[in-house]
Design a protein around this ligand. Sequence first.
Ligand code: CDP
Length: 205
Amino acid sequence: MIIAVDGPVAAGKGTLARRIAGHYRLQYLDTGALYRAVGLKLLRDGKDPHDEEAAEHAARQVGDVALDDPALREEATGEAASIVAANQAVRAALLQYQRDFAQTPTGAVLDGRDIGTVVCPDADVKLFVTASAEVRARRRFDELAAKGIETTYDAVLKDLEARDARDQGRGTAPLKKAEDAHLLDTSKLDIEAAVTAACKIIDAA
Ligand code: CDP
């Protein structure tokens, strides 16, 4: 069984996908972490994320970066990730890793931007998780505040809208709902309610 979970910045995909994986005993891959790993490698090497050759080279070595490095979650890394994610060669270099993961015999849940459209177009269930920009910015702001990171709600909202625009506007694998994906708007749902709604969709499928 393959479950694809896509959606914009801070829609709650990660938490939801992890909970789904636990519930159905499937392996979980946060594909955003792969793009973040490429972005982080460039930042650490003092390279510009817009440098296409350096980004492709970093993507080919992505297996070397620990996907649990806390620096992956930093805002600067997210920004660099969304820049390298628009690079076609980077996406091509990461594609096979994601497809191989999806073929795990025990089944898998992958979350990202293009899982239902490009990585696993034949996934058994596709969810497109979203929420209003204001709700997502509030969640991300609270997350950062809990980590002691100083920022403002307005700065977070602006950054989120810029990242959404970049993800939706790029030529290769832009963020969009697959035609056969189930839309899950979590604007008014807490995580428990979102998990319940997702499991209902998956059970019905
Ligand atoms: O957690 P958040 O929504 O902030 O981002 P993420 O899922 O960790 O992904 C970071 C960046 O990687 C996104 O802004 C996308 O540009 C890119 N990404 C992508 O293009 N395709 C994916 N399958 C996953 C992430």
